[in-house]
Design a binder for this molecule. Structure first.
Ligand SMILES: *Cc1c(COP(=O)(O)O)cnc(C)c1O
Length: 386
């Protein structure tokens, strides 16, 4: 199918929810993508964070194919070998005690909110301004952006938002009715804003003192993105509840909510998911995690990310307000809207994404070569200095 056929079919039958760019991506390999006209791109969108391993990884593809020939469906009313392996692996890597498996980021957050209410017998949730936690009603209630919230009001009650990195506001917001504080370690959609380590540690301390639970949302920062397997590990944090998704299963849809062992077991039947913990996603996740660890992708993200940030910081452009990031989660805040510059980058063969209206975001697969990152930085320089 050529681009215009693909485009007119999607335009006819899609809901209209998505603002699409006028290319059709049909193939990928590592950090490269190809459109239906055969044009090649350097991918710094990385499946919006789901493609940390890059595209068409043969070990992940083989794990999926093998498992598909063996068993795809197995609800959690039965035990399963792949699920058992994955649960053990996820808990071992994070230091958590138990895990609930689901199918997306928003579901992982939804579960964390429900578990926090269940475990504390409280209702309040404190979240951060510019925080993003998903689009289902509970997760959306924790999300800050009014564009996402307002069409769906009223949302779930007892959520409030404090400024990110504001310790005094946090101290004032956590009460004896607070079930949980939910935070990203680096705010992603909100503009690639790294958390202040002191603020994050204060959140943990205040939660402990006041009987609230700390939910860390690592849906975007997880699985090597920021230079550690999980970003919380940089700061010596120990979340009570940890949300993961995106790159958890090599691009196959999956989410996970992990619980600290001191929280014990949850009562039976109060939550669940038909697809959650299915052997296909579990097999993909096991393969993906093996590669991340054996190929030292977090370390790679740390090294390449530091280098890439350095390259971007050398760009002298009056359009740039700030360059910031952690590992290979990188943002350039402009003094104006980013859309035209992202289009210019695409014309030069580099795909990047926005984070809000004024931040250009780069989430390349962690397997990207230094040459490709250098070429991306050069394209940014051309676009912002034209
Ligand atoms: C993407 C994202 C989510 C939502 O994940 P979905 O799989 O799109 O539901 C939640 N939290 C953060 C931090 C995210 O980046």
């Amino acid at each position: 199918m050529d681009t215009s056929t693909i485009q007119s079919l999607e335009d006819q039958f899609t809901t209209g929810l998505f603002t699409k760019r006028p290319i059709a991506i049909v193939r990928g390999q590592g950090a490269h993508l190809w459109d239906a006209d055969g044009k090649e791109y350097i991918d710094c969108v990385g499946g919006q964070g789901a493609a940390n391993l890059g595209h068409a990884n043969p070990a992940v593809a083989k794990a999926i194919a093998d498992q598909a020939m063996r068993l795809i469906s197995c609800p959690e009313m039965f035990y399963n070998d792949r699920r058992a392996d994955l649960e053990q692996k996820l808990c071992g890597l994070t230091g958590m005690g138990s895990v609930y498996l689901c199918n997306s980021g928003t579901e992982a957050v939804e579960a964390a909110i429900k578990f926090a209410r269940l475990l504390t017998h409280r209702t309040g949730i404190v979240a951060a301004m510019r925080g993003f936690h998903g689009r289902t009603m509970g997760a959306l209630s924790a999300t800050w952006e009014s564009r996402y919230r307002e069409p769906f009001l009223p949302l779930v009650p007892d959520f409030n938002h404090i400024p990110y990195n504001d310790g005094a506001a946090l101290r004032a917001a956590i009460t004896d009715q607070t079930a949980a504080v939910i935070l990203e370690v680096v705010q992603g959609e909100g503009g690639v804003r790294p958390g202040d380590p002191d603020f994050l540690r204060l959140a943990q301390q205040l939660c402990q003192e006041r009987g609230a639970l700390l939910i860390i949302d690592e849906i975007q920062t997880g699985f090597g993105r920021t230079g550690r397997l999980f970003a919380f590990q940089r700061y010596g944090l120990q979340p009570d509840l940890l949300c993961a998704a995106k790159s958890i299963a090599g691009g196959i849809p999956m989410g996970a909510t992990l619980l600290q062992s001191r929280l014990g077991k949850l009562p039976p039947q109060v939550h669940g998911s038909t697809f959650g913990g299915n052997p296909l996603a579990c097999a993909a996740s096991l393969a993906a995690i093996d590669i991340m660890v054996s190929e030292r992708l977090p370390e790679r993200a740390e090294e390449l990310g530091t280098w890439f940030l350095g390259q971007l910081r050398q760009i002298q452009s009056p359009l740039i307000r700030e360059v910031r990031g952690l590992g290979l989660m990188v943002g350039i805040e402009l003094k104006q809207k980013v859309t035209p510059y992202l289009q210019e980058l695409m014309a030069r063969g580099v795909l990047a994404l926005p984070a809000g209206m004024t931040v250009m975001r780069f989430l390349p697969p962690l397997v990207i070569s230094k040459e490709d990152l250098g070429a991306a930085a050069e394209a940014v320089q051309e676009v912002l200095c034209a």
